[in-house]
Design a protein. Sequence first.
Length: 102
Amino acid sequence: MAVGTSIMALDKTGGFSDASKGLGTSNDAANMFASLTFGGAGYFLGKTSKYNMSDLLRSSSSYTGTAGKGETAMQNSGARIMFGRSKAERMIAEARRRDDSI
């Protein structure tokens, strides 16, 4: 019972790191493993930049490829990831740039 309470406390206070998506198989697998095994690591990791896709891009059928990349960037937005953080930041910055140009 104490273990369950400890895990719940870690989860509520941001102690777990997050899994990533679209950063490459090795980064995504390493982040998934880290999120499950290294409890408390999230306290020492910074969050990635925030990104929210614009409604124009989300609703447009002309930019499906750009919208797909924006969805992937949104999943890594505001996450505490251990491996591939700089790659995630570049992905978010590129999605934001493309969104702004549309």
